[in-house]
Design a protein around this ligand. Structure first.
Ligand code: WT7
Length: 634
């Protein structure tokens, strides 16, 4: 299933009466119409469901568009909504997080316990000099302390920048540098498939490159020997045991538009973009979308199997589930460790009712056959979810039949780091078509348009755009407001529309079908990578003069990367050099960016103006027609 597969658009799956009866939203059409009739009134109503220290004066301020402001003048704090308000109710004793480590160790956090840990951690951060507005970089595996430190930052108004634990020392250093973080929170290591990923060693390298970091807080997870630098490095458990780490901590009152976090993502240049989200609008948007799309109730056991280090985890593990007071599962390790039924074991053991994952994981687990899931009681599942890339109908049907037992609708959620939350997604009461995210969320006007902004008729590909602002939208690219304007709002400047970077088509029923990225972004196993990032990684190696990277369809990972390198004069290609280059990328970016194939070439196809024609390389790699070559340089 490539980025460009064409699924059938006529296969319908209707929700059962049981599903429809318990759905929070029973009539999508009516709700959507109501939301579009008065978008501000609609969001006003949703925002009322949260706690505000002071109400807003205005729902939406468009005066400085595209720098939109939501809930202007409102005072809140996302951590207050996620924790403080629950511990004042019966929910204080409800489980917030059920965590299982890869080696099999377990931890549970009630809202009360989580609130106390977050308060203690917030006080520790304060003792390290962290103040409102300061950036804190977090680099850890999937352990409770990751969630705790994110919430602790939010609580005191610090801006977290979580860097996924699979990124290398260079990628980490770049992100520390861009955010100018003086404090970094990490762990000694992380468990992955029975091995230790030595996070602290990577941090030491990164801090060596970005010496702006003054303090490093280290959670002991794997317990192997690590170097601790006196005066800079502190054990988390040591500081959490000091009187300074009181379990009482006042929540900082934040303006709705105050920054909550920066999350780096790939774009069309080699430099990752720091996507900035805020306290107010993001709280409203993520909690509303989760509650309605996944129909989360108090007795659910919700499991989003993503990593908190990506936007899916930020929005739908750390913030939204806690805001709505849910009980969730977090699992540290790999889905197939020690056996390919680890996930199904977890579902059965904890009685998971909602499981939200990615097509690449579904395809990976599908390969092991039905016997692994069939060995476990998966009857607790009532809803499934998919995110990250288009789901091919074959994987959809397997997920629906073998995991969901044909009674659990699949919520295929289309969204992006930039959008903060679901944009095109069904709700349980909406009839489904495998491979389509169905229709836009209430309050969202999505369309497929041509380059002039004219709506494409059904079945015709075009650019997916969002025609108006929404509370969860990114506010800027950190430190680069010009790039924000140019990247997202220049293609349809006159109309003021947001450009998603995806190509899509609508069908006769108004359902949206995502085709894939139409910029130089590749989705590898659902991870987002820029061709330019991989290319600049390659040319930073002394043997490489020029490089081009492309995404090539792959059955399990969606896409894999192929790279073409022109070597410097006097250097000859060899299998050893291929290995050396792969290793180099592993250190420059991380294992996820390593090309599956590296080929040495004597020239790259370029336009006369010198731009690499990746389209030509891609056509050759996939055996597709090369298309119009008139701009190709001789
Ligand atoms: C890109 C955004 C948002 C969470 C994870 C990804 C692709 C995402 C779907 C889906 C088809 C999807 C798009 C989008 N994408 N979800 N359900 N169907 N494509 O966030 O890393 O910012 O990537 O992922 O191409 O633009 P991200």
């Amino acid at each position: 299933m490539s980025q460009e597969f064409s699924p059938p658009t006529s296969e319908w799956y209707y929700p059962s009466d049981a599903v429809k009866k318990q759905a929070i939203v029973s009539d999508y059409e009516a709700l959507y119409r109501k939301s579009m009739a008065d978008i501000e009134a609609f969001w006003d109503e949703q925002a009322q469901k949260l706690h505000w220290f002071e109400p807003w004066e205005k729902v939406l301020d468009t005066s400085d568009a595209p720098f939109y402001k939501w809930f202007v003048g409102g005072k809140t704090n996302i951590a207050y909504n996620a924790l403080d308000r629950h511990v004042k109710t019966w929910r204080r004793n409800k489980l917030a997080i059920i965590w299982e480590g890869e080696p099999g160790d377990k931890q549970t956090y009630s809202y009360w316990r989580l609130w106390r840990e977050v308060n203690k951690c917030a006080n520790v951060l304060k003792s390290l000099g962290v103040k409102k507005g300061d950036r804190v970089t977090i680099y850890m595996g999937r352990i409770p302390e990751l969630v705790i430190s994110m919430l602790a930052c939010a609580k005191i108004g610090a801006v977290h920048s979580v860097v996924y634990g699979g990124f290398s020392e260079h990628a980490l250093a770049d992100r520390i540098e861009d955010a100018q973080s003086k404090v970094l929170i990490t762990a000694d290591g992380a468990w992955l498939r029975g091995n230790i990923v030595k996070l602290k060693d990577i941090v030491d390298e990164a801090v060596h490159r970005s010496p702006i970091v003054e303090s490093v807080l280290v959670v002991k997870r794997t317990g192997h020997d690590v170097k601790m630098q006196q005066g800079r490095d502190y054990w988390y458990h040591d500081l959490m045991g000091l009187p300074i780490a009181s379990p009482q901590c006042e929540t900082t009152v934040m303006d709705a538009e105050d920054p909550l976090f920066i999350l780096y993502t790939s774009g069309t240049t080699g430099k990752p973009k720091g996507i900035l989200h805020t306290h107010g609008g993001y709280s409203v948007y993520t909690s509303t979308t989760l509650q309605w799309v996944f129909d989360v109730k108090d007795d659910d056991r919700y499991w989003c199997a993503a990593d908190p280090g990506w936007i899916t985890g930020h929005s739908y593990i750390v913030y939204a589930p806690l805001i709505i007071g849910a009980t969730e599962i977090i699992y540290e390790g790999a889905p197939n460790h020690p056996y390919p039924d680890r996930w199904w074991r977890l579902v059965a053991e904890y009685g998971v009712t909602i499981l939200y994952t990615a097509p690449t994981a579904i395809r990976g687990l599908m390969r092991f056959g039905d016997a692994w899931p069939n060995r476990h009681d998966l009857s607790s599942i009532r809803l499934l979810g998919s995110v990250g890339e288009p789901i091919n109908p074959e994987a959809w049907r397997w997920f629906h039949k073998v995991i969901g037992k044909e009674k659990s609708p699949i919520m295929d959620t289309w969204w992006q780091t930039e959008t903060g939350g679901f944009m095109i997604a069904p709700m349980p009461s909406v009839p489904l078509k495998p491979g389509s995210g169905t229709r836009p969320f209430p309050g969202i006007e999505a369309d497929v348009v041509d380059e002039h902004g004219v709506s494409c008729p059904p079945g015709v590909d075009g650019n997916l755009v969002i025609k108006g602002p929404w509370p969860g939208m990114l506010r800027t690219i950190y430190g680069d407001p010009e790039r924000f304007k140019k990247q997202y709002f220049s293609a349809y400047e006159k109309q003021g529309w947001y450009l998603t970077g995806d190509s899509a088509r609508k069908d006769e029923d108004g359902y949206f079908w995502i085709i894939g990225r139409n910029d130089d972004v590749i989705k590898v196993s659902g991870y987002r990578l820029g061709t330019a990032e991989v290319e600049s990684g390659l040319v930073s190696h002394p043997a490489v003069a020029e490089a081009a990277a492309i995404g090539v369809p792959d059955d399990v990972r969606g896409n894999v990367i192929y790279a073409y390198c022109m070597l410097k004069a006097g250097v000859t290609g060899s299998p050893e050099l291929v290995d050396a280059l792969k290793d180099h990328i592993r250190h420059e970016i991380g294992p996820i960016a390593v090309p599956t194939k590296i080929e040495f070439v004597t020239a790259l196809p370029k336009t006369r103006s010198g731009k690499i024609m990746r389209r030509v390389l891609k056509a050759r790699a996939t055996g597709a027609p090369e298309g119009d070559l008139s701009t190709l340089e001789e």
